[in-house]
Every structure is written in C-alpha cells, then in structure tokens.
Design a protein. Structure first.
Length: 163
C-alpha cells in the first residue's frame, strides 16, 4: 500500500515534491515502532506461549491466534479507505486529504510492523518441535512472496486510482 502513495503521488501545495519522501519516512518509522511495540511484553496484550504462565494456555493460545488473524484481516479495510482518500485528493483544492493520508499511513505501517512481528512470533507454536525450522523458512519465503505480490497489486491499483 505504500506504493500507492508513491506511484500515484497526489499533488499537495504544501509539500511539493517532498510528499513521497515523507510517506516513505513515516511508513518506515511507524513500521519500526510497531515491531518494537510487539517485543515489549508490557505493551503487548498477548505474547507467544513460551512466555505464558501454565494456567489456561490452550484457551489463551487459541484466542491469541484468532485475534491476530482477525486483526491482520481487518487491515485489508485500509485499501479502499486509502483509495477513496487519494481519489478525493485529486478533486480537492484543500490539503485536508494530506492529513488523512498521513494518518492512514501511520495506522497501516504501525499495524504492519506490529502484527507482522506478532504473527512471526506466534506461528512456530502451531507446529511440532521437529518442524519449527521448516515452518520458519516457509514463513520467511511467504513473507517475501507477499511483499512482491503486494507491490505488484499496488501498481495495478495505482492505475485504477488515477482513472
């Protein structure tokens, strides 16, 4: 989704050519902040089962996995919201859309870093001990595959947004 902000590049009078640079900087900063927040167990409402107490671990693990999966799925709602804001920015003469685009970039990047890290921490607990290394390799492969597919789809969406 960050590619939409770079490829489409709405023109905001206030920022000029700095808009793509600021989008990338904001995305990277808040993605990093999300990754750091996922490692801080006092901030995170759930942690991998290896750090849990022994009481009700199976029920709490089920809840953790389902909550993580649901929150990752909810992140797809950012796509139509960002598309609407970008399309509106081409028709508007104010810079209000710029603020909303930056807010959406912050939410998207923080949740990307946070839930990307949490899912990588929780996923090895779903497989037997002898398959954890293979699971880690598969997670890394599909993470990179997802980034590639996402960037490709963003190029197509950028053409759709500018129509």
């Amino acid at each position: 989704m960050i590619s939409l902000g770079i490829l489409v590049t709405p023109k905001f009078d206030v920022l000029g050519d700095w808009y793509p640079v600021l989008v990338v900087a904001i995305f990277n900063f808040f993605d990093f902040a999300g990754k750091v927040a996922s490692a801080n167990t006092s901030f995170v409402s759930f942690t991998p089962s290896s750090r849990l107490s022994s009481s009700n671990t199976s029920l709490s693990n089920q809840f953790r996995y389902r909550l993580t999966t649901a929150m990752i799925g909810i992140r797809f709602l950012f796509i139509p919201i960002i598309i609407v804001i970008v399309r509106q920015s081409f028709q508007s003469t104010t810079n209000v859309e710029m603020v909303f685009l930056f807010l959406m970039t912050i939410l998207l990047s923080f949740s990307s870093g946070y839930y990307g890290s949490v899912s990588m921490m929780l996923a090895p607990d779903l497989v037997p001990q002898k398959s954890k290394e293979l699971a880690g390799n598969l997670m890394a492969f599909f993470l990179l595959f997802g980034l590639s597919v996402g960037a490709t789809i963003a190029i197509g969406l950028s053409n759709l947004v500018t129509l």
